[in-house]
Design a binder for this molecule. Structure first.
Ligand code: SAH
Ligand code: SF4
Length: 408
């Protein structure tokens, strides 16, 4: 961001890193002046300098937006009132994404439609899972801690997971995924990605540092195909909001250049890595995930091997069990072989396929799921079964598609 003018740092500009350049720049954004949410401390300081204010005013803005979660520029009381007035008059706005609709599941999961910073009527989906989704078990994040109420605050969760979207829709076209049906509508801005998290934490009055929150970039879209904006959001969430990257997990369908970029980035801002393996071999994987034709399993594993892992860190292989297609015992044996040959410290997360309209797969039989898990465990592979969360409100994995079903 250094060297750029403040007025150039609107979300419309940061959104056009990838495919949708033309479309995005033509869209109106929240506010006529700079939209501040999503800018890092350096960029905020540059904004203040441009209007003749000292750079430390940028720090004050960052504190207000990312620590105190102020959403109205006029209410940033650390800035002198006349300055606030001047900024508002010039069209400056915080522009934090807003939750516009909430769906509550009978298992406590909540799904939100979030209005972004680019006013194109595309909402973003975010999911709140009190007590995690089971997917983090065994990764040291504390997901194994049994549920009990947080008596001091009266809250009913000990730790929660926020599932974050990185794009509206997705271009990867996995055959079993509902989000794929949307195609790629657009990339989210850094402010829209980080804003989902802050809006949800704000709603649940989460105390950062005191209460345990995990982030999973497993909502709509392929994070590594919106790398710049996604990584800018990760940095904001880590440095400004105060969530450790070790509590974040990014899931990818296997975008090799993205994994390689991640390997080259400083480890202190790298979330943990989950690979959507989903199939026991290239043949089946290419059929259900067309991206495998470009980057087959071995190419993905080669890229993963370049990532410098933290002590005790494991790579997660996510594995969606499709009834009759990927859930047979021979598939489990192949997955175990693949894990062994990879030489990587791996844990496998099994996810029973969540159905969606217009997708012609079958859910796996419970016995098949159990058998699959047993085969892997017998082979010494750490294996966990992810509980389906919020299926009744279309909040479970692969069900995010801006549906309004499940409204209460
Ligand atoms: N695009 C990224 C992250 C979002 S998808 C990725 O594919 O990894 C998050 C996870 O949900 C992936 O592991 C994906 O394989 C899984 N998934 C997609 N559709 C699903 C469905 N219908 N049922 C269960 N899991 C699904
Ligand atoms: Fe995109 Fe992930 Fe769905 Fe595949 S599973 S279409 S990569 S969101």
């Amino acid at each position: 961001m250094e060297g750029k003018k403040c007025s150039m740092l609107s979300p419309a500009v940061s959104a056009h890193t990838n495919q949708l350049t033309q479309l995005d720049t033509n869209r109106p954004v929240v506010g006529s002046g700079p939209v501040l949410f999503g800018l890092d401390a350096g960029a905020l300081a540059a904004c203040m300098l441009e209007i003749g204010e000292p750079v430390w005013r940028g720090r004050q803005l960052a504190e207000a937006m990312y620590r105190q979660w102020v959403t109205d520029l006029g209410a940033v009381t650390t800035l002198p009132k006349p300055l606030r007035g001047r900024m508002v008059a010039a069209g400056w706005t915080i522009g934090r994404p807003r939750i516009v609709q909430t769906f509550v599941s009978n298992d406590g999961t909540e799904r939100y439609l979030v209005e972004g910073q680019i006013l194109d009527s595309q909402t973003v989906e975010t999911v709140w899972m009190p007590d995690g989704d089971g997917g983090e078990a065994g990764d040291g994040s504390g997901a194994d801690v049994p549920r009990q109420s947080n008596h001091e605050s009266g809250k009913e969760w000990r730790r929660a997971t926020v599932c974050v979207s990185s794009q509206v829709g997705c271009a990867v076209n996995c055959q079993f995924c509902l989000t794929a049906k949307l195609g790629l509508q657009r990339n989210l801005t850094a402010g829209e990605i980080a804003g989902q998290v802050v809006a949800v934490l704000d709603k649940h009055v989460v105390e950062i540092g005191k209460e345990r929150v995990n982030l999973v970039f497993m909502g709509m879209g392929e994070p590594l195909l919106n790398y710049d904006n996604w990584m800018a959001a990760v940095r904001l969430l880590a440095k400004e909001v105060g969530i450790s990257p070790q509590r974040m997990t990014v899931s990818t369908s296997g975008v090799v250049p993205g994994i390689e970029r991640l390997a080259g980035d400083p480890p202190e801002v790298r979330p943990k890595l989950a690979i959507s393996l989903n199939a026991p071999n290239d043949e089946i994987r290419s059929e259900i995930m067309p991206i495998n034709r470009k980057w087959p399993i071995e190419a993905v594993l080669d890229a993963v091997r370049k990532v410098r892992l933290r002590p005790r860190e494991r790579i997660t292989f996510e594995y969606v069990l499709l009834g009759g297609v990927t859930d047979q015992p021979e598939h489990a044996h192949q997955v175990a072989g693949l894990v062994r040959r990879s030489g990587l410290p791996v844990k496998v997360n099994l996810i029973a396929w969540n159905p969606g309209p217009g997708i012609a797969y079958q859910m796996p039989q419970p016995e098949a799921v159990e058998r699959f898990q047993r085969v892997l465990a017998a082979d010494g592979v750490p294996v966990y079964l992810r509980r389906p969360r919020g299926r009744d409100i279309f909040a479970a994995c692969g069900q995010l598609k801006r549906t309004t079903e499940g409204a209460k």
